[in-house]
Design a protein around this ligand. Structure first.
Ligand SMILES: C[S@@+](CC[C@H](N)C(=O)[O-])C[C@H]1O[C@@H](n2cnc3c(N)ncnc32)[C@H](O)[C@@H]1O
Length: 483
């Protein structure tokens, strides 16, 4: 049966991964030196979409595209179908079959295929089915996004997972209770002098992080039969059999990090014998536990650098924050990078007029510094690649989807992002911000509405003022509305 050994008792969480948006993937491909697919009419498939919130959001935010995906949990299918109906998404289709069945059902090819939190969380057979899907349905000019857990970053915490899983497998009663009991047991063991967990600072750190996560996340992250962090070289070899080669990182932050490596890191990586070895060394050098990678059909021709820069200069960017928020140094997960703040602030001010590209914003013949600043701002999340005009939707295209998200805020905090037809991606809003916006759309008092859902947090009035002053001027144009 498809998905044997996968946790079915508890549905997953409702996360949004901004790297999976078509415009973000297109930019990452370009940064890696490959021509991205056209975003107007993009054909997109997601494998193992979880609750499908991310996929439905992308369908709403990219109305010219065609989106489809699969997941085996009936509760996930039910949620996404309901959301798609509420949001009247005619460009989204979903399936409850496994990867092999889905490959037989769908009509490819796809420009973009994405799988997040799947590769390391399913067994060998399922990974082979994913490879089969990619070999059969990825367009020769397309790209695949694959996130995966890697060694050696996970090495020190592997015994913790074995311990927790053994406890859960031997327990009785509902899974949520068994997970909590396993965490309690691990905490007791960590307090025992001389025990493995007591001795391993990395494992104790990981345990403390787990205890802060919702049980729905933990169930899917750690308690499937298969959970296999691997060396990147093993994943590269497996995907090579499917005809795929690594293009580069899917995350702008990693692209920026790699541009600013310390001399010691550079010297170490310069010793790599080949590209795969370089990736392995990078994982050892950074000790990161997780990767987000972009793959392309092996043999795809890279752009020459001048062609790549020409295309980068024509990527439109939209701003996600007010210019005064730009710092003088950019913070990345593993350190800081310098920013040309004056130039960045000037660019963010110019973007108040709407999305623009380096070629629009720079003096003729001198686009490189503008391009570099825009790309750094994008990697740091101050701007996002916008859809080209032919692919862009309107406020009307996302209205029903966004209303469904805002309505959920009256009930709980599960759905945290609205769909932007300008960037074709999600916009994260805090729950109180979603409640203010919902009240505004319905012509009601925002403070009263927020209080009805949240009680009486002391700073709610301040937060409403901040929302009007700081957030709405940025959010409104991204939602296709007047500020
Ligand atoms: C860790 S969750 C990640 C979900 C989603 N991609 C996300 O990031 O929110 C893995 C998902 O893969 C799905 N899955 C597992 N085995 C599958 C299979 N054989 N076919 C389709 N989906 C599968 C699960 O139901 C689950 O929703």
């Amino acid at each position: 049966m498809p998905g044997d050994g996968y946790v079915r008792e508890i549905p997953y969480t409702f996360g949004v991964q901004r790297e999976m948006a078509p415009a973000q993937l297109a930019l990452a491909l370009l940064l890696a030196g490959f021509r991205p697919p056209a975003l107007a009419g993009v054909r997109y498939a997601e494998l193992g979409f979880g609750q499908g919130f991310n996929l439905a959001l992308l369908a709403a935010a990219n109305p010219t595209g065609r989106f489809c995906g699969n997941d085996i949990l009936p509760a996930h299918l039910g949620f996404v179908r309901d959301l798609a109906a509420r949001a009247a998404l005619s460009n989204l289709s979903v399936s409850g079959t496994g990867f092999a069945g889905f490959a037989d059902e769908v009509a490819g090819p796809f420009d973009l295929v994405a799988l997040h939190g799947v590769w390391s969380w399913v067994g060998n057979r399922e990974r082979q089915e994913v490879c089969g899907f990619l070999a059969r349905h990825l367009d020769p000019a397309g790209a695949a996004y694959v996130s995966h857990n890697v060694l050696p970053g996970w090495a020190e915490a592997l015994p913790l997972r074995t311990l927790l899983k053994a406890h859960v497998d031997r327990g009785t009663g509902p899974l949520a209770g068994r997970i909590r009991a396993a965490l309690d047991f691990a905490h007791a063991l960590a307090d025992l002098p001389g025990s493995h967990l007591h001795a391993s600072a990395a494992a104790r750190e990981r345990l403390a992080a787990l205890a802060r996560q919702p049980v729905a996340y933990l169930a899917h992250e750690y308690f499937n039969e298969a959970w296999t962090p691997r060396y990147v070289t093993d994943t590269l070899a497996e995907l090579a059999i499917a005809g795929l080669a690594l293009a580069g990182p899917a995350q702008g932050a990693e692209w920026l990090e790699r541009r600013h490596l310390s001399p010691a890191h550079q010297a170490l990586l310069a010793g790599a014998a080949d590209a795969g070895h370089g990736e392995l060394l990078y994982d050892f050098a950074t000790n990161r536990p997780f990767r987000r990678d972009l793959f392309i059909p092996a043999g795809a021709r890279p752009l020459d650098p001048a062609e790549r820069d020409h295309l980068l200069d024509r990527v439109p960017f939209a701003r996600l924050a007010l210019p005064r928020r730009v710092p003088s140094r950019g913070t990345l997960p593993r350190g800081e990078v310098p920013l040309d703040r004056e130039r960045c602030v000037g660019l963010m001010e110019a973007l108040a007029a709407g999305p623009a590209c380096a070629a629009d914003l720079a003096a003729p013949g001198d686009t490189a510094p503008t391009r570099d600043s825009l790309l750094a701002l994008a990697a740091l999340g101050f701007v996002a690649p916008a859809l080209p005009p032919g692919a862009r939707g309107t406020a009307g295209d996302v209205a029903a989807f966004n209303d469904a998200v805002l309505d959920r805020a009256a009930v709980d905090d599960a759905l945290g992002e609205l769909a932007s037809p300008v960037i074709g991606a999600g916009l994260a809003l805090d729950r109180d911000e979603r409640l203010f916006l919902r009240a505004h759309r319905q012509g009601r008092d925002p403070l009263a509405e927020a209080r009805a859902a949240l009680g009486r947090p002391p700073d709610l009035e301040d937060r409403l003022h901040r929302f009007g002053r700081e957030r709405w001027p940025v959010l409104a144009p991204l939602l296709g509305l007047a500020a």
